[in-house]
Ligand binder design. Structure first.
Ligand code: CMC
Length: 435
């Protein structure tokens, strides 16, 4: 994968003028290539939080935060959320094209073959502390998979091994998530079923058992989960995906690289926000529904309170995923006959914030996590499992990026620089002489 240099940028520094190549992506996004900067000038760049730094070239996801555009491999998120299955979306992200029927059948059948956990792994869940958060279980269990599949942990996996790793993780993580829920709640585990779609119906079956008369999970519930998983499936170089790439760049195995992504996702500023949103809405509800008080608190920098589910590093107009989920919320709740006061509260909170100059001037809008929790609640997912659902969706993106990175020409270990601000050289003073 290469992006051609289209023009140059001039940098004048320390009496020298440096010409730097400017490369453009297929959507005309431009980047000044500073690879020669330190060699030629002795200086590096400083970009706290990486707001202006592209860490790689990638052909997976295009995002235009100003226009609210999100496309996976060129396909608009709106179309995928409406028409695709999660397996199709995962295949698309990882392999670059929508599968034809035969490819999809083979892909889902290979996932079904691998969906049972390796022998002995079920015991893993029996030795965890009571009340452990499901994200901690997922993090540990996925890293532990490396012990069950030592043959898939080479630092330089072949293409066949890469495929096998991808299928193993895609197939087993839903099973791990469901077993962790069942064991954590003292319930017997429900083994996977190969006749159900892998990450949606099969996952719901392993979580809650047979629902309808036909023994299959409710179609409205399956479709709601499908949409949520697709909307979370990739988001270019977000915190957890960048973590997967960075850890993987040291040639650590895929199990620990993905596990590291799970750790990064858990934080409340990233995937953990979906749990935090519902906890915030519940708190406001219990407090008499006084949302104006919480809007005021979010504006007060000394309060330490943020409006969870609001704001985004890259979306500065609207988050297209949030729009889809907001309308999906109404449909799903109506079809399930659920009346959730938190939905009305969320809408009133959004309306109040969007009229407030603090939020308008900072371009803070509802993000994907603002409405997703209300749907997850309605379909019976416990609040502490919300971020696990985000991880199930994002897994396809993590794997697509991990694979793309391994196959990129010239890929090398990720290793940022820093600007040191500590003491200059000091002389060691033996303990007895320190005053
Ligand atoms: N409530 C109140 N103020 C906010 C919020 C918020 N949710 N988000 C940003 N701000 C303010 C922030 O205080 C700052 O104000 P000022 O310019 O006066 O200092 C300004 O807006 C810019 O914020 P920032 O923290 O510099 O923005 P960022 O790009 O570093 O952070 C964010 C993005 C998503 C972490 C942040 O908006 C946030 O903490 N939101 C709440 C958590 C959340 O919903 N996270 C889920 C993100 S979407 C899912 C995902 O992909 O991870």
């Amino acid at each position: 994968m290469e992006a051609p240099a289209t023009e140059t940028a001039k940098l004048a520094f320390a009496g020298k003028t440096l010409e730097l190549p400017v490369i453009a992506g297929t959507e005309q996004e431009k980047a000044i290539d500073i690879a020669a900067l330190r060699d030629k000038t002795g200086a590096v760049t400083l970009d706290l939080g990486f707001g202006n730094t592209a860490s790689c070239l990638s052909a997976i996801t295009f995002l235009d935060g100003e226009r609210g555009v999100l496309r996976y491999r060129g396909f608009p998120i709106e179309q995928l959320a409406e028409y695709a299955t999660y397996s199709e979306t995962a295949y698309l992200l990882i392999y670059g094209n929508l599968p034809v029927k035969r490819e999809l059948e083979q892909f889902t059948s290979r996932l079904a073959d691998r969906s049972g956990l390796p022998e002995g792994m079920e015991d893993f869940f029996d030795h965890l502390p009571k009340g452990i958060h499901p994200m901690a279980v997922l993090f540990s269990a996925v890293a532990a998979l490396s012990g069950y599949y030592p043959e898939l942990t080479h630092p330089n996996p072949t293409r066949e091994e890469i495929d096998s790793i991808i299928l193993t993780l895609l197939a087993q993580i839903p099973t791990i998530a469901a077993y962790s829920y069942r064991k954590g709640n003292g319930l017997p585990v429900i083994p996977p079923r190969r006749d159900l779609s892998p990450t949606t119906a099969n996952f719901l079956h392993m979580m809650f058992g047979p629902a309808g008369a036909d023994g299959k999970p409710d179609e409205v519930v399956v479709s709601a989960l499908r949409k949520i998983l697709i909307l979370h499936a990739d988001h270019e170089q977000n915190c957890s995906t960048s973590t997967v790439r960075l850890v993987g760049s040291s040639r650590a195995n895929a199990f620990v690289s993905i596990s590291s992504g799970i750790g990064a996702l858990w934080g409340p500023l990233h995937g953990g926000a979906n749990q935090a949103v519902i906890e915030m809405l519940e708190k406001i509800h219990k407090d008499g529904g006084n949302f104006s008080k919480y809007v005021a608190l979010a504006k007060d920098k000394t309060s330490g309170f943020r409006l969870m589910g609001f704001g985004h590093r890259v979306y500065k107009n609207f988050d297209p995923r949030s729009r889809i989920l907001k309308s999906s919320c109404d449909q799903v709740l109506e079809r399930l006959g659920v009346r959730d006061p938190l939905l009305d509260l969320a809408k009133r909170l959004e309306e109040a914030a969007l009229k407030d100059d603090y939020f308008v001037s900072r371009k803070l809008y509802p993000n994907v996590d603002f409405y997703s929790g209300i749907i997850l609640r309605a379909i019976g997912i416990p609040t502490d499992q919300f971020t696990v659902i985000f991880a199930l969706g994002r897994l396809a993106g993590w794997l697509a990026h991990w694979r793309e990175m391994l196959e990129s020409p010239g890929f090398r270990i990720g290793r940022p620089r820093q600007i040191y601000t500590g003491s200059t050289e000091r002389r060691f003073v033996p303990l007895a002489q320190r005053g």
